[in-house]
Design a protein around this ligand. Structure first.
Ligand code: NAI
Ligand code: MG
Length: 356
């Protein structure tokens, strides 16, 4: 098992150190190799995604990514800005499935904007397709409107499309992920209005035949948005297209109210993945030793589960995080009266100690 460790810039190196500590403490014989990415890539090699970094990411079995986006690099031309590194990695590694768990530990129920009884104990997984949909379909552009009441005016247009194989592979990811959880998949679409999403619904139903042990439900996206805030705990795995997934995954993340707690995975066709916290490089708190490392530590747990089949070790990390929260330890972003404020490195040490 070889992991590419890409800390990035901003708080990236601080939070990554803690995740590396936890992986080392597991003692699973994991080989880790570091490389610069984002602002750190630019500073060291003049490019946010240096060739050597990309090569390491390609030959490693998985990538653990910190964060990029330090505003010291804001004045650079777009192609050299830190964020290009993550877009480049997704493209070069063929990452098409974005897995974003939204988990609200009971101890943090006060952090959500929703009532504690609605969200406490929330544990859902949103799977967003990353390569298709209206984001990349052609033709697209601005043209002269050919017909209708606005004929002759300028109009903007995009094309929504999903290929059979594209839907099939994301559906398989969803059903397989559901097998490791609550065995329920909600496929979110807009089949009542969009041809693309009627097709999506039909293909997901076909793929479901391979997974009789998993329950499948179809839901329109407007209803899904409503249910997410009304009764989010009713969901287990949600699978959807690129655009609906973009919106629903951000909404779901905010149900938990603490960006410093949320991990994510982006997987390719072979199950190889890039794992990273959902947050950015938080330049406002970088270098102060106060960033919450738990999203990155939980991303490492996802890596063990999805890329290496080490579900038991992943659960060990997740349980350790729960124990540390139950002990009342909090980084400033999740601190509440009556809990103990700790820094980045103390939090990492506490997770290591709680591994048992
Ligand atoms: P951000 O997620 O970096 O920060 C938003 C707020 O949350 C800030 O107040 C920050 O201090 C806080 N925060 C974030 N992570 C935290 C943690 N682990 N512990 C405690 N507090 C935390 O988002 P923002 O400010 O919009 O973006 C900053 C930079 O990060 C931008 O350049 C953006 O493009 C980049 N970014 C990079 C991502 C990536 O590396 N995949 C994802 C999102 C943004
Ligand atoms: Mg988004």
């Amino acid at each position: 098992m070889k992991i590419a460790i890409l800390p990035g810039d901003g708080i990236g190196p601080e939070i990554m150190d803690e995740a590396v500590k936890v992986l080392q403490a597991l003692g699973e014989g994991i080989e880790m190799e570091r490389a610069e990415v984002g602002g750190a890539g630019y500073a060291a090699h003049g490019h946010p995604l240096p060739q050597a970094t990309l090569q390491l990411a390609r030959q490693a079995d998985a990538v653990l990514f910190g964060a990029v986006g330090d505003y010291r690099y804001d004045t650079l031309e777009r192609a050299l800005r830190p964020e290009q590194a993550i877009l480049g990695l997704r493209r070069e590694l063929g990452l098409f499935a974005n897995l974003r768990p939204a988990i609200l530990y009971p101890e943090l129920a006060g952090a959500s904007t929703l009532k504690p009884e609605v969200v406490s104990g929330l544990d859902i997984l949103i799977i967003r397709e990353l390569t298709g949909d209206i984001y990349f379909g052609k033709p697209r552009g601005v043209r002269t409107c050919p017909d209708g009441p606005f004929a002759g005016q300028r109009e903007g247009f995009d094309t929504m499309r999903y290929a059979d194989g594209e839907i099939r592979r994301i559906a398989h990811v969803a059903f397989q992920a559901a097998r490791k959880r609550g065995r329920r998949v909600t496929s979110v679409d807009k089949a009542n209005v969009l041809e693309t999403f009627q097709f999506w619904r039909d293909v997901v139903t076909e793929v479901h035949a391979d997974y009789p042990d998993v329950e499948l439900e179809h839901m329109y996206v407007d209803n899904a948005a409503m249910q997410l805030v009304r009764a989010p705990k009713k969901f287990d795995v949600i699978v959807t297209g690129n655009m609906f997934g973009d919106i629903l995954s951000d909404a779901a993340a905010m149900l938990t109210g603490s960006i410093g707690m949320l991990p994510s995975a982006s997987l390719d066709a072979s199950g190889k993945g890039l794992y990273e916290p959902s947050h950015g490089s938080a330049p406002d708190i970088a270098g102060q030793g106060v960033a919450n490392p738990l999203a990155t530590i939980l991303s490492a747990a996802m890596m063990l589960r999805y890329s290496f089949g080490l579900a038991e070790q992943a659960t060990r990390i997740e349980d350790a995080v729960k124990r540390v929260l139950a002990q009342g330890l909090r980084t400033p972003d999740i601190h509440e009266p009556g809990t103990r404020r700790v820094g980045t490195s103390d939090m990492g040490d506490a997770v290591v100690a709680a591994l048992g």
